[in-house]
Design a protein around this ligand. Structure first.
Ligand code: NDP
Length: 323
C-alpha cells in the first residue's frame, strides 16, 4: 500500500484525502515509478473542481519525477533504477504509481527530482508554445500573462533568451518585480492597470506578435487588443475561469487574428516529439538560460494548503509536493 491523494467527489481543496492505495504490478507497456517529487499545477485544480471531467474516484496530479522500480511486459529502453520524469497522466499525487512507458523521459544526472517535477509539464509547455505553436523570432514582441507564475516565469526566461521583447503581466508590484527578474523587459500590474492600454503605449501602437494567455476569462477579450494585425492569440489555460463562447467574427474585427487553444497532450502524443522537446528543454536548463523556478515545497500530506495557496494567487514560480 502507498499514500495517494484521492478525490471521491469533485469540489474545493478539502475534497482531497490522503488514502492508502494498492498500486499493483505494472501492466503491459507500463513502468512502476517511485515518485520523489511531484509538480503542483493549475490544471490539478480544474480536475479537482470538476471543470475538467474524469470518472471518480481518481488520484490527482499530472507531473512528477522519481525512480523506476518495476517494469511491465514489453517495456524496452528503461531499467530498474532509472531516474525519470513525466507529465500529462493523472495519478501523480502518490508515493508510487504505474505510468505508460511512452510518457517517461530519462533525467540527466544533473537535473534534480525537484527541478524535473517543476518542468515536465510547465517547461515542456513553454517549449511547445515558444518553439512550435508560435515560433518566436528575435525582435518579436510577446505578451505573457501571469508572468510570475510557474509556466509564466519559464516563458519569460526562454523568450528573452530567444531575443524577443517580453511584456509580462502579473498581480501586484512584487509579482511584477519577479516577472522582470525572470526576463520580462516590461511588467504590467494587471490588477491596477489597463493592460491593453499599457501594451499599446509600450509598443508605440505596434502591439504584440503573439499573446500567451493562461489566465482566460479575466483577460479576454482584452488580450485581443494587444495583438497586431495577423498576429496570434494563444489561449493555453483558464486560471481565472474559462473564456465564454464568442462569435468568431471578433477575430476579423481585431485584425484578422489567428487563435489557437493548445494542450501539451497533443504536442507530446508522438514519442519522437516528446524526446525532441525534452532534449530542447534540458539543454536550455543546463545552459542556465532557463532556471526552473521551484519556489516552495510542501509535504504531500499538506496538499490542501498547497491548492489553497495556488488558487488564492499567493504562489510565485513552481511548487512541488514531496511524497
Ligand atoms: P501559475 O503558477 O501561473 O498560477 C496561476 C496564476 O494565474 C496565479 O498565480 C495568478 O497570477 C494568475 N491568475 C489570474 N487570475 C486568477 C484567478 N482568478 N485565480 C487564480 N489565479 C489567477 O499556474 P501554472 O504555471 O500551473 O499554470 C499556468 C497556466 O498554464 C494555467 O492556466 C494552466 O492551466 C496552464 N497550462 C496549460 C498547459 C497546456 O498545455 N495548455 C500546460 C500547463 C499549464 P497573478 O496573481 O500574477 O495574476
Amino acid at each position: 500500500m502507498v499514500k495517494a491523494v484521492v478525490v471521491r467527489e469533485t469540489g474545493g481543496p478539502d475534497v482531497m484525502r490522503i488514502e492508502d492505495v494498492e498500486i499493483g504490478a505494472p501492466g503491459p507497456g507500463e513502468v512502476k515509478v517511485r515518485n520523489r517529487a511531484i509538480g503542483l499545477n493549475y490544471i490539478d485544480t480544474y480536475f479537482r473542481a470538476g471543470a475538467y471531467k474524469t470518472p471518480t474516484p481518481f488520484t490527482l496530479g499530472n507531473e512528477a519525477a522519481g525512480d523506476v522500480v518495476a517494469l511491465g511486459e514489453g517495456v524496452a529502453g528503461f531499467k530498474i533504477g532509472d531516474r525519470v520524469g513525466y507529465a500529462t497522466t493523472l495519478g501523480c499525487y502518490a508515493q508510487e504509481r504505474n505510468v505508460e512507458a511512452r510518457l517517461l523521459v530519462k533525467l540527466p544526472d544533473d537535473i534534480s527530482y525537484e527541478t524535473a517535477a517543476g518542468m515536465m509539464l510547465k517547461g515542456l509547455t513553454a517549449q511547445y508554445l515558444l518553439r512550435r505553436t508560435f515560433p518566436v523570432k528575435p525582435g518579436e514582441t510577446i505578451l505573457v500573462h501571469a508572468a510570475a507564475g510557474g509556466v509564466g516565469q519559464i516563458l519569460c526566461q526562454w523568450a528573452n533568451a530567444l531575443g524577443a521583447v517580453v511584456i509580462g503581466t502579473a498581480g501586484g508590484a512584487e509579482k511584477c518585480a519577479i516577472a522582470k527578474a525572470a526576463g520580462a523587459h516590461h511588467a504590467i500590474d494587471y490588477r491596477s492597470e489597463d493592460f491593453a492600454a499599457r501594451v499599446k503605449e509600450i509598443t508605440g501602437g505596434k502591439l504584440c506578435d503573439v499573446v500567451y494567455d493562461g489566465v482566460g476569462k479575466a483577460t479576454f477579450p482584452g488580450s485581443l487588443d494587444c495583438i497586431r494585425p495577423l498576429g496570434m492569440f494563444v489561449s493555453y489555460g483558464n486560471a481565472s475561469g474559462m473564456i465564454d463562447a464568442f462569435n468568431i467574427t471578433l477575430l476579423m474585427q481585431k485584425g484578422s487574428l489567428f487563435c489557437t487553444r493548445p494542450t501539451l497532450y497533443t504536442y507530446i502524443a508522438k514519442r519522437e516529439d516528446l524526446d525532441a522537446m525534452a532534449e530542447d528543454l534540458f539543454a536550455m536548463v543546463r545552459s542556465g538560460k532557463v532556471k526552473i523556478p521551484v519556489n516552495r515545497s510542501y509535504p504531500l500530506a499538506e496538499v490542501v494548503a498547497a491548492h489553497k495557496a495556488l488558487e488564492a494567487r499567493e504562489t510565485v514560480g513552481a511548487t512541488v509536493l514531496i511524497p
